[in-house]
Design a binder for this molecule. Sequence first.
Ligand SMILES: [Mg+2]
Length: 173
Amino acid sequence: MLSKLRPHLYLPSVQSVDPRLLRRRGIRGVVLDLDNTLAGWNSPRPSREVKAWVQRLRGTGIGAVILSNNGRGRVEDFAGWLGVPFIPHARKPSARGFQRALSVLGTTPQSTAVIGDQVFTDILGGNRAGMFTILVTPLTRHEFLGTRAVRHLEDVVLHHFERSGLRVPSSAG
Ligand SMILES: [Mg+2]
């Protein structure tokens, strides 16, 4: 179980994920988390940096889909600014959303990466689906009370992985 919580990579932000390196690893599609990965707390539009990164991703020939546990209105609006397909109400880490993401991307688990800020939803779900998982540090610390409680557990797990060799971005916590 613990090994399913371990991300393959841990980076400071989505923009620090180099699309060319993904491509070289054989990645053809990415499953993107929304809140605190692409967007700060309830910020309705992507930043210029995030927009530019999605452009670079496209330029590299990698497809993208937003997989979010948030509701349709929020996810649809945000995805519209990026021109990226989306799946709301995903109930991550449930397998179902990740399966749907694969069918949207037209990729296999082996050629798909997940990028998200939460170990117990994005990373656990992605690892169970057999994808390449990338944890990023959350954009903001403002989030649901439930999420905040989970963060403490997350810190414990990440500290454990850090001791066993996971490289943690210097900007993290
Ligand atoms: Mg998130």
